[in-house]
Design a protein around this ligand. Structure first.
Ligand code: KIV
Length: 264
């Protein structure tokens, strides 16, 4: 069994699309590892696992605990772990926290939400042998209220600024770049201009890869309003409802545990 390297992922640019999903637990990681190229332990776990309204209260401890659980079951896929809000404000802090995530979880790279003010941090981490995935477009850590999020690249001058940012992040050493919730034409242009792969979420099918949150594709999301870019491939909410209802009925009707489930 061979583990995907960043080089192998980068070589997919212009070839087979890169498949990525988030995972937060070992049981899910073990399943999806058979299919996807990349597993991201996203700070979206703030809402999917911890029921938070935004990602600003996600801690380093949470990312490390879930990161380790996931990482040990990713035998083939390339692993990325999000650095949470307020943990990469300057070079020294970013490097210490990135190293502590990598050392504890054995993940292959970290992801940070980037803008023109932290390009230097990408450069510094890369120089110190940390593989950095940049994240541009909509960067959720900036929002307390997700209802305020709007598609990136629609305002005049915004397009040029985002393209410049993407090019500078590549130059600074980013190994991959996530493009979240941006105009399709802008995502296409960035994907064409960069040598590193672009991973889209609400961006364009012409990105080099796609990522979605696992809870969303399985239909177990707790959020009421789903973004347009989400596609559900199953309705686990309904499966859980039916299973739990049946279990409760079995217990009440003394059908569970049956002879098979007890020790003689
Ligand atoms: O936190 C997350 O899950 C993410 C992806 C959705 C890109 O950043």
């Amino acid at each position: 069994m061979t583990k995907k390297t960043i080089k192998a992922i980068q070589q997919q640019k212009g070839g087979r699309k890169i498949t990525c999903l988030t995972a937060y637990t070992s049981s899910v990681a073990k399943i999806i590892d058979n299919y996807v190229d990349i597993v991201l332990v996203g700070d979206s776990l703030g809402s999917t696992i911890y029921g938070m309204k935004n990602t600003q209260k996600v801690t380093l401890g949470m990312m490390k605990a879930h990161g380790r659980a996931v990482s040990q079951y990713c035998k083939k896929s390339f692993t990325i772990i999000d650095m949470p809000f307020n943990t990469y404000n300057n070079n020294k802090e970013a490097l210490a926290n990135a190293k502590s995530i990598i050392n504890y979880t054995k993940c292959q790279s970290i992801k940070i939400e980037t803008d023109k003010n932290n390009i230097g941090i990408v450069k510094y981490l890369t120089k110190n042998k940390v593989k950095v995935v940049s994240h541009i477009g909509v960067t959720p850590q900036k929002y307390k209220n997700f209802n305020k999020i709007r598609t990136a690249g629609k305002l005049p001058n915004e397009k040029e600024k985002i393209i410049k940012l993407a090019l500078n992040l590549e130059k600074a050493g980013s190994c991959l770049i996530v493009l979240e919730c941006m105009k399709e034409t802008l995502a296409n242009e960035i994907s064409k201009k960069l040598k590193i792969p672009t991973i889209g979420i609400g961006a364009s099918k012409d990105c080099d890869g796609q990522i979605l949150v696992i809870d969303d594709i399985l239909g177990i999301s707790s959020s009421e309003k789903k973004p347009k870019f989400v596609k559900s491939y199953a309705n686990f909410e309904s499966i859980i409802n039916k299973s739990v209802k049946k279990y409760c009925l079995d217990v009440i009707q003394k059908k569970f545990p049956s002879k098979k489930n007890v020790y003689k």
